[in-house]
Design a protein around this ligand. Structure first.
Ligand SMILES: *[C@@H]1O[C@H](CO)[C@@H](O)[C@H](O)[C@H]1NC(C)=O
Ligand SMILES: *[C@@H]1O[C@H](CO)[C@@H](O)[C@H](O)[C@H]1NC(C)=O
Ligand SMILES: *[C@@H]1O[C@H](CO)[C@@H](O)[C@H](O)[C@H]1NC(C)=O
Ligand SMILES: *[C@@H]1O[C@H](CO)[C@@H](O)[C@H](O)[C@H]1NC(C)=O
Ligand SMILES: *[C@@H]1O[C@H](CO)[C@@H](O)[C@H](O)[C@H]1NC(C)=O
Ligand SMILES: *[C@@H]1O[C@H](CO)[C@@H](O)[C@H](O)[C@H]1NC(C)=O
Ligand SMILES: *[C@@H]1O[C@H](CO)[C@@H](O)[C@H](O)[C@H]1NC(C)=O
Ligand SMILES: *[C@@H]1O[C@H](CO)[C@@H](O)[C@H](O)[C@H]1NC(C)=O
Ligand SMILES: *[C@@H]1O[C@H](CO)[C@@H](O)[C@H](O)[C@H]1NC(C)=O
Ligand SMILES: *[C@H]1O[C@H](CO)[C@@H](O)[C@H](O)[C@H]1NC(C)=O
Length: 571
């Protein structure tokens, strides 16, 4: 049903010209001598600079010269860290920008010991990944799309055993701020593939954002290609080179099935599916198929637009069942042609909780006050004055008993001040709220207090958004590159041949998680009570100003308890 999914067509964009070349790119070749820097990478044309002005520690190494031909130039040198437990790069970035951050590690037997290192990678204070290079002759990488909250970003390597951490390159690419947006957390790339029989990666400058597209081949696919120009000017700006071929199932009446196991299996996943009709259809031909992500969404009767990119993406994270994610493109009875797909991406959510709310960076904070502050149970003074914080003043601050001063002045908080906080004020807490023009600090606009809230959960909400985009444009066609396969996805999707289970009724669960603040906002700080049940009070709320929801809160004195509450929510 179409209502399972909201199709958002984003209109024509004013920005008709691609990003200026390499604008805002940071491309560091680790261990490269500063005297010979910068240089233009012969295989991509990217301008790399030495990393030496961004880090004071570590030593330069060079991969075994027998491997010189195997890797691209930026991967031939590396920096290794025999000393110190934690070594950090400090990069200047544009606050608020959504960056694609790609870090590459190639050991290349630089030290002649033939012992693959393992160590941890951190983004500021938060662990990003464990880097275990055992057996990775071709190296490994980590990639995230991450919105930076301050004007500096630390990438750190932490020694965890006898081996010295190494790093070959650091690449940051500013993305558009209207693509790859998450509800919370950052996107960790699992795979990004284009369906093609080629054996080459596609990246800059075919892709003006320098995303790396790896070819995805399966013997159960038939590939079609075109030399015609494809209009790729939607917000995602998928490179034309990645769209000009597409996969269809070899058995033309069978569905095209792609399965993939995210790690961990219950990870929250975002998918981006890129379609364009690249075959010239006769008047009596149609290509029409259902797009089904098992257990999550079902979009029927889709026909890819002719020579034009259309991207479907999960606007809220999905969770696949224990067998993994199962994407099926199922030919409709009316269709004369099998389904097709040109390219796809999958990401899992990675949280950087400390980075988000780092107190040392409490200047220029935006957004709502993160619930992470709840965990600072020993904090005595919380000064967040003169930032750009928005949203409601969170009631949980009243629960931090150690606090004697809360300074939220000079922000842009809205709504009313929670009664519990005002009560604390009466007990001696210093509460500074001036300079918040939209804030209402009077009991007349203050809704009833709520004590002992455990878990706010939305009882019902319809529709997971799955959106899309497209627009059009012209673009210059670029030449092919000769890349290495360092960025081969570590967890590739696999192709299943199978039968569509058209008849099987599928249970479509649609989960959306909301933060405490979103719940607070949607209920206008718990203003309107709808009723009260065994679990506690039920409030009226509004999502996006249109969808009405009931918000049930578990009270600590509930007669039925958390377990039952959870069971009911799941139901
Ligand atoms: C998807 O929805 C269509 C239309 O409601 C339905 O006919 C089809 O069986 C559904 N497919 C799956 C796999 O749920
Ligand atoms: C390294 O890459 C080559 C192709 O470039 C491939 O044949 C080989 O299997 C890869 N090795 C590993 C360990 O992945
Ligand atoms: C996104 O970028 C545009 C232009 O650069 C800016 O006008 C807009 O406010 C930004 N939106 C967000 C949500 O940051
Ligand atoms: C092709 O797919 C259809 C529908 O799934 C199936 O009935 C048929 O047996 C398949 N043919 C072959 C040769 O596998
Ligand atoms: C479409 O028409 C052509 C000739 O006009 C015919 O050969 C072909 O079989 C038709 N295809 C279908 C699917 O009807
Ligand atoms: C199938 O095609 C016929 C003729 O073009 C059309 O009338 C009918 O509505 C189509 N059915 C669906 C489910 O799209
Ligand atoms: C607070 O701490 C608990 C236990 O240490 C942890 O599970 C939870 O994720 C933390 N919450 C936030 C918002 O950081
Ligand atoms: C915030 O701004 C006010 C007024 O300009 C100033 O008095 C106060 O010291 C500032 N607070 C901080 C922490 O900078
Ligand atoms: C505060 O937020 C309101 C909307 O919530 C906005 O209209 C206003 O411009 C903001 N003021 C400042 C100083 O950011
Ligand atoms: C590409 O598509 C968009 C939206 O459909 C359209 O406005 C634009 O003119 C098209 N560009 C070209 C070169 O066809």
């Amino acid at each position: 049903m179409r209502s399972h999914l909201l199709l958002v067509i984003i209109g024509t964009f004013a920005v008709l010209v691609g990003a200026q070349k390499q604008e805002g790119f940071i491309s560091l070749d680790c261990g490269f001598p500063i005297e010979e820097s910068p240089y233009s990478d012969p295989s991509t044309g990217l301008t790399f600079t030495s990393d030496s002005t961004f880090i004071q520690t570590g030593k330069s190494g060079r991969v075994d010269k027998e491997l010189n031909k195997k890797f691209r130039k930026p991967y031939l040198t590396l920096r290794y860290f025999p000393e110190g437990k934690r070594n950090c790069y400090s990069l200047n970035v544009n606050r608020g920008t959504n960056y694609l951050i790609l870090v590459t590690f190639i050991y290349g037997n630089y030290d002649g010991l033939n012992i693959y290192p393992n160590f941890d990678l951190y983004l500021g204070p938060d662990k990003w990944a464990r880097i275990d290079m055992e057996g990775r002759q071709n190296g490994t990488f980590e990639e995230i799309i991450h919105r930076v909250r301050s004007s500096s970003l630390d990438i750190c390597l932490v020694k965890t055993g006898p081996t010295s951490p190494i790093i070959s390159s650091i690449e940051l690419r500013p993305m558009r701020n209207d693509t790859y947006v998450t509800h919370s957390g950052s996107l960790r790339n699992s795979f990004r593939v284009h369906c093609s029989t080629s054996d080459r990666e596609i990246r800059y400058d075919d892709d003006s954002y320098d995303r790396v597209w790896y070819p995805f081949f399966s013997s159960s696919f038939t590939y079609i290609t075109t030399s015609l120009n494809i209009n790729n000017s939607d917000t995602f700006e998928i490179p034309k080179a990645a769209l000009k071929s597409a996969a269809t199932p070899k058995n033309t009446s069978a569905p095209l099935i792609i399965t993939w196991k995210p790690r961990p299996s219950n990870a929250e996943v975002y998918f981006y599916l890129h379609f364009a009709e690249i075959q010239t259809l006769a008047a009596n031909e149609t290509r029409e198929f259902d797009i089904v992500l098992k257990g999550n969404f079902n979009y029927s009767a889709f026909s890819p637009p002719k020579l034009e990119l259309l991207t479907f993406f999960t606007a809220a994270p999905v969770q696949c069942d224990s067998d993994g994610c199962n994407l099926q493109l199922i030919r409709t009875p009316n269709s004369t042609l099998p389904p097709l797909i040109n390219a796809l991406e999958a990401y899992t959510i990675i949280e950087f909780p400390q980075l988000e709310t780092s107190l040392s960076d409490a200047s220029g904070l935006t957004g709502s006050l993160a619930s992470f502050f709840q965990n600072l149970t020993q904090i005595q003074e919380l000064d967040l004055s003169n930032n750009s914080l928005t949203g409601l003043v969170p009631a949980f601050l009243a629960n931090i008993k150690s606090l004697s001063l809360i300074d939220l002045s000079g922000n842009n908080f809205t709504g009313s001040v929670p009664q519990t906080l005002l009560d604390r004020e009466k007990e001696g807490l210093v509460l500074k709220l001036e300079g918040n023009p939209e804030l209402c600090k009077f009991s007349s606009c203050n809704p009833k207090e709520k004590k002992g809230l455990l878990v706010p959960i939305i009882a019902s909400i319809s529709a997971v958004l799955v959106a899309i985009v497209v627009v059009a444009l012209f673009f210059v066609f670029r030449k092919k590159k000769v890349p290495s396969d360092v960025h081969a996805p570590t967890s590739m999707p696999v192709v299943d041949v199978g039968h569509a289970k058209h008849s099987e009724p599928s249970f479509v669960s649609k989960k959306i998680r909301f933060t405490y603040f979103e719940v607070q906002e949607m209920t206008n700080n718990y203003q309107r009570v709808l009723g009260e049940g065994g679990f506690g009070v039920v409030y009226h709320g509004c999502v996006n100003g249109t969808q009405q929801v009931a918000v049930k809160l578990l009270s600590q004195s509930s007669s039925q308890g958390y377990k039952h509450f959870k069971a009911e929510v799941r139901l």
